[in-house]
Design a protein around this ligand. Structure first.
Ligand code: ATP
Ligand code: MG
Length: 480
């Protein structure tokens, strides 16, 4: 690999003004591993105001002390913006997360010293047509040994900024590296310092672990390093907790395995795979082969929501993940669940989430040690979903709408309109052939004779009756 022209040009401009310039950190690591860096971060002894003069098309971010140079010319997305940071040292961290003082320094070596790991503490430039690597802490050697190792004394580095401990795990799983022995035992000794770190910073690293190639190893590493108790203690409650005759793994083992075998790369599905049984420890009743976990899906959805809110995940992620957890026990068996049952499943989880729910089921199955992730009955369910997907499942697909109802009844908008719509939908889900305006008009007029409360009740009764039926089917073949 070569240093791109765009970067060389930036270096040349800085050097022409008498400054030094290096590529630094992540991109140097990637470069040495023959991976194309996603960004080309640079460092220099030029001060932010000097950099801005040399690159008029740039902006300065005060909080990070970084000047972002805009490359108008380039075709390459990775080079559209380049972040340049002035060499700096960080002195005292009295709060364990922010340096009290950030001081510029003329020394590259000083700048490398403040970086977290040896593999992240190298600088690279081209000098007289040849690549020159500045590697004061033997990062190249650790790259070869596949080691994540703190720069300098790990205890000091982790008390300066406790997030580095979590970053160690993140780099280990992203790169497929081990954590150096001394660094790991230092993390184990300093783990509780993570309490000082903001949930947002923790979330960003945790998310990278979940989206990496080997998230299950990431969770194991978090546990081994003692960090897990400070991020998701709820997961540790399942450690060593046996299940019942249907399971060979403990709750914790099964959660890890489900994540490992999750066929989806989506954040929400992977999180749901990890958390789907999060409430099993607290809902466990009885001991041994016959123990049960009633309602662990519903309770689990609540616990999942609490965890993800605490970690400040966006509402969309929180809601989708807990929806998947809540519905992960959906029952399906060929010939037993009617087409109406499939329509109710679709109405409950939403069409757009079906594929993800199916992936969660596959993760759950594979994570139980079941050889086949997708048995015949799941394929059959997919076929039925396809088949009923043209049937009315949402109010939008009813042949009449709120306006029609008001017209039939000659009334103004009001709560009765919505309530009637819901009852009609429940009935049509049961029997789509009734989805014609004639039937719906007659039915609307009939329903209107009842009080609002009774209409709402009847919608609930219809739903509950179906749920009951589903449950009866489910208990006949109670699998979990
Ligand atoms: P990625 O490819 O994931 O962006 P990266 O190595 O670029 O990996 P960043 O989080 O972007 O990681 O950080 C850029 C560089 O800044 C790191 O390589 C490291 O040298 C330094 N760095 C970042 N965060 C810290 C920290 N908390 N403590 C010390 N150095 C850090
Ligand atoms: Mg980076």
């Amino acid at each position: 690999m070569k240093i791109p022209q765009e970067i060389q040009l930036i270096s040349a401009k800085l050097e022409a003004s008498g400054f030094e310039a290096y590529v630094v950190g992540g991109p140097v690591r990637d470069f040495l591993m023959d991976k194309i860096p996603k960004d080309w971060d640079m460092t220099t002894d030029a001060k932010p105001e000097d950099i801005q003069v040399i690159f008029p098309h740039s902006f300065y971010n005060n909080t990070f002390g970084t000047v972002t140079v805009i490359n108008d010319e380039t075709e390459n997305d990775n080079l559209k913006t380049v972040e340049i940071t002035t060499y700096r040292t960080e002195t005292v961290y009295s709060d364990g997360r922010h340096p009290d003082q950030v001081a510029f320094t003329p020394s590259l070596e000083e700048d490398l010293k403040r970086r977290d790991f040896t593999i992240n503490a190298m600088a690279l430039r081209e000098k007289a047509g040849k690549e020159e690597i500045v590697d004061v802490f033997e990062g190249r050697q650790d790259l070869k040994k596949k080691l994540v190792k703190a720069v300098g004394n790990p205890d000091d580095r982790f008390s300066e900024d406790a997030l580095r401990m979590l970053r160690a795990v993140r780099f280990a799983v992203q790169l497929g590296f081990e954590i150096d022995k001394e660094t790991l035992s230092s993390i184990q000794g300093n783990a509780e310092r993570l309490e000082k770190i903001s949930e947002e910073r923790i979330r960003d690293e945790f998310q990278k672990i979940i989206l990496s190639e080997d998230p299950a190893r990431g969770i194991e590493l978090l546990r081994e390093s003692r960090l897990l108790s400070y991020i998701i203690p709820e997961l540790e409650a399942g450690v060593g907790v046996a299940q019942n005759r249907h399971h060979i793994y403990t709750i914790y083992e099964h959660s890890i395995m489900s994540l490992k075998f999750c066929p989806s790369k989506k954040l929400e599905v992977r999180l749901a795979a990890l958390f789907h049984d999060i409430a099993k420890p607290q809902t466990k009743a009885g001991e041994g082969q016959d123990s049960t976990f009633y309602n662990h899906d519903y309770v689990g959805a609540k616990v999942t929501e609490k965890i993800l809110r605490r970690l400040k995940f966006p509402t969309k992620v929180v809601e989708k993940t807990s929806l998947l957890v809540k519905n992960h026990m959906f029952y399906y068996n060929t010939g037993e669940v009617s087409e109406a049952g499939v329509r109710r499943l679709i109405a409950r989880v939403g069409k757009e989430n079906l594929k993800d729910l199916m992936d969660l089921r596959i993760a759950d199955r594979l994570g139980s040690g079941t050889p086949k992730g997708k048995p015949y009955k799941l394929r059959h369910l997919e076929y039925l979903i396809e088949k009923v997907s043209k049937d009315p499942i949402s109010p939008k697909m009813l042949k009449i709408n709120g306006k029609d109802i008001m017209k039939f009844l000659n009334i103004q908008p009001g709560p009765k309109v919505g309530a009637i719509l819901k009852v009609l939908l429940a009935e049509i889900i049961e029997d789509p052939t009734k989805n014609n305006s004639e039937y719906l008009e007659t039915r609307t007029k009939k329903l209107f004779e009842f009080s609002l409360e009774d209409i709402q009740k009847s919608e609930k009764i219809i739903d509950e009756k179906k749920e009951e039926e589903d449950l009866k089917n489910k208990s006949k073949f109670w699998i979990k």
